[in-house]
Design a binder for this molecule. Structure first.
Ligand code: CS2
Ligand code: MG
Length: 389
């Protein structure tokens, strides 16, 4: 089998997605997603002008070999642009391999270890009342992991006292049972994060996410040591970035993002190392990933013994008003069908028992939605200096 066509299609059904379409000489087509939020065109160019032409004539069954050559033959390895491009290719190759073998990807990864992948839902809001109401709606639908981020007008600033007060009130209202999660988005300093983790000990968080920026792993030593579990990793653009955190057991949950860390191949290896260190997975599922990446991530979740929890993309929030739970906003549904769906009452995602990823892409419809620039947030501190978002 060989690759005879490799194409990048940038589409916008509701938001921008960079899709990878690989076609073989036996007529099989595999789909990947290489969306880098806010820098979509950089990845599109990397794929079109550099990565995809080199794939033509290669055997798509040799996923590891293709992965190694795309990653290593650049000499300057990785980074968000190149590794997102690689991830898109890798996911498309796994989709192809599943289709060729007539097996779902989770079977290629060792088979199911669970019937569904429990999710956490974004239940944040401007005040405790709204957050509690969002949590109760999620709980009514069987979702037991709830992200309770307080956010208001000044979402970009970290008001530690306000965060602690709101999260405490949410816990008091909901009782001890539900699993509560909080994402600090790397906005705290190490010592602020350490205080936050200690102050939230009595709340009993399921995890505190990205307490500090990931560049300096040693900073997590300052944060470690409280009774609050930590989750880090959505910003990693290759598995080695996470290695010190896992090996030194500085985190409890590894949050690889399948579309940035190097695809299914890299996320699976990272998860295997994490398992040996008793670290569980909590793979990234933000609203900027397409149904292709969500499906790829859930195939992994279903196969991993050390699966922890799966983030449910915000836009995939089920409509609680309807009996049927439509996962995607209508425009996304125009382009993608199949893929991961919530299994009612379980609070978990499952994928169809179909060859490959189980996602169908309407390529003609995808071509009709044109890319539009979608600026990223650019917050400033009150004194005018640049703030992280
Ligand atoms: C967030 C992301 O899902 C999360 O935990 O941190 O939404 C993140 O802000 C986006 O992926 C950035 O594109
Ligand atoms: Mg996050």
């Amino acid at each position: 089998m060989e690759l005879v066509d490799a194409e990048v299609i940038t589409t916008r059904p509701g938001r921008n997605y960079v899709l990878v379409r690989l076609e073989t000489d036996v007529g099989l087509v595999g789909w990947g997603d290489a969306t880098l939020n806010g820098r979509e065109k950089a990845v599109e160019t990397a794929l079109r002008d550099h990565v995809l032409p080199e794939l033509l004539g290669k055997d798509p069954r040799r996923i590891e070999d293709v992965w190694q050559s795309v990653f290593r033959h650049t000499y300057w390895r990785g980074g968000p642009v190149l590794n997102t491009a690689l991830s898109g290719v890798d996911v498309a190759l796994w989709d192809l391999k599943g289709k060729a073998a007539e097996m779902p990807v989770y079977d290629l990864l060792g088979g199911r270890t669970r019937e569904y992948a429990s999710v956490y839902e974004h239940c944040g809001g401007p005040d405790a009342e709204t957050i509690v109401a969002n949590c109760e709606a999620a709980l009514d639908h069987g979702i037991e992991h709830l992200r309770v981020n307080p956010h208001g007008e000044s979402e970009e600033y970290l008001d530690l006292d306000a965060v602690v007060n709101v999260v405490r009130r949410v816990r008091e209202e909901l009782g001890r049972e539900p699993n509560l999660l909080l994402d600090v988005h790397g906005r705290a300093t190490p010592v602020e994060a350490a205080r936050l983790a200690r102050r939230l000990e009595d709340v009993g968080l399921f995890f505190l996410e990205d307490p500090v920026r990931p560049e300096n792993p040693d900073a997590l030593e300052t944060v470690r040591g409280s009774g609050t579990p930590l989750a880090v990793g959505e910003l990693a653009t290759d598995p080695w970035e996470q290695l010190p955190l896992v090996e030194r057991e500085l985190i409890d949950f590894v949050r690889a993002d399948v579309v940035h860390v190097g695809g299914i191949t890299a996320a699976d290896k990272l998860a295997a190392v994490a398992e040996l260190h008793h670290v569980r997975t909590a793979f990234h599922g933000p609203s900027d990933i397409s149904p292709i990446v969500l499906a790829a991530t859930v195939h992994l979740d279903l196969s991993l013994a050390n699966f922890g929890v799966q983030e449910l993309p915000e836009y995939a929030r089920p409509s609680y008003d309807r009996e049927e739970l439509p996962l995607w906003n209508p425009e996304v549904h125009d382009v993608f069908s199949g893929g991961a769906t919530l299994v009612d009452e379980t609070g978990g995602l499952d994928v169809p028992d179909e060859p490959g990823l189980g996602v169908t892409v309407d390529v003609e419809r995808a071509r009709e939605f044109e890319y539009e620039s979608q600026p990223l947030p650019s917050p400033r501190n009150p004194d005018g200096s640049v703030a992280d978002w």
